[in-house]
Design a protein around this ligand. Structure first.
Ligand SMILES: Cc1ncc(C[n+]2csc(CCOP(=O)(O)OP(=O)(O)O)c2C)c(N)n1
Ligand code: SF4
Length: 290
């Protein structure tokens, strides 16, 4: 069995707080990747900015820590360049739903064969607990001292409404069931989205481990092929359902692009044909006019 280790050569420390839900998500991911027999050389972890987004530093595999909110387009590009890679995009609720909100929407529509993990701690952890798009109404934060008054985003309902191909919610405090979802998400061909509740023990004193235990439940007898029922489940709250809400198989982004229609060679292994390009961009005969 291949192993995934949590340190990179030369890395000294980890900046997550003791007790943070991120540790469990990292351990689940390493265990599932190893269990699937994947080689770290064929796995790419792509993240934006935030505490959750530090994951590529804490798992030894290919990694790209990019700009705030930009993990999804980079992960899509990596997958197109080399479809043989298992590509995981990952970050926090602020990173993916606020700074990266636009990319989240279009990632759902585009259906590249990547897995998206959102560590949803309902605050901005790295910048000390300001409200994120999923913070509950009424919660007081350092930047919202009178309490949050905006409607929280419902990422699952949004994903199902967009006809995303795999939509699920897990909880970092319940590893076995969340690991089973993660495994199915990675095996799913297409864009697999999992929102994972992840307690921020330092800056979110409302949504604690106890709060999640009391306010979530695992769905039983839910048929994830039924979109209407999935949407109905996604609209439920207090308690919030956990599990796979919706699953739908359709053509992936890579399968739709012309470059792969007659040639399966990964783009990363092809030579740039300057002569062919010059047909479209006549830079070879550029002349100075002034
Ligand atoms: C364009 C931009 N805006 C704001 C910031 C500051 N910033 C860094 S991390 C962060 C919030 C991260 O929150 P979240 O994505 O929820 O992740 P967490 O730290 O909770 O895991 C912000 C606002 C930044 N680095 N770049
Ligand atoms: S601030 Fe919160 S999210 Fe960040 S490492 Fe600490 S507990 Fe985790």
């Amino acid at each position: 069995m291949n192993t995934f280790v949590s340190t990179r050569p030369g890395s000294k420390d980890i900046s997550w707080c003791p007790g943070c839900g991120n540790f469990a998500i990292r351990n689940m991911l390493m265990a599932v990747l190893a269990d699937l027999g994947l080689d770290p050389a064929n796995v790419a972890l792509i993240s934006g900015i935030g505490q959750a987004a530090k994951m590529p530093h804490y798992i030894q595999a290919n990694g790209f820590h990019t700009l705030h909110g930009r993990a999804i387009p980079i992960a899509t590009g990596v997958k197109i360049a080399n479809p043989a890679l298992t590509v995981i995009a990952e970050g926090g609720d602020g990173d993916m739903y606020a700074e990266g909100g636009n990319h989240f929407l279009h990632g759902l529509r585009r259906n590249a064969d990547i897995t998206l993990l959102v560590h949803n701690n309902q605050v901005y952890g790295l910048t000390k607990g300001q409200a994120s798009p999923t913070t509950m109404i009424g919660m007081k934060t350092p930047a919202q001292p009178e309490g949050v008054f905006e409607e929280p985003l419902n990422p699952l309902a949004l994903a199902i409404a967009s006809n995303a191909s795999f939509v699920a919610r897990g909880y970092s405090g319940q590893a076995d069931k969340t690991k089973a979802i993660l495994r199915q998400a990675i095996l799913h061909r297409g864009f697999s989205f999992i929102d994972i509740f992840q307690p921020c023990v330092s800056f979110n004193k409302v949504n604690t481990y106890d709060w999640y235990e009391e306010n979530t439940y695992w769905m039983k007898d839910h048929d994830p092929t039924q979109r209407g029922a999935a949407l109905q489940k996604a609209l439920e709250s207090f308690p919030f359902p956990l599990g796979i809400f919706y699953r739908y198989q359709k053509k992936t982004f890579e399968e739709n692009i012309v470059a792969y229609q007659n040639d399966q060679t990964p783009l990363s292994q092809r030579r740039v044909k300057i002569e062919a390009l010059s047909k479209y961009v006549n830079f070879l005969s550029y002349e100075k006019t002034a």
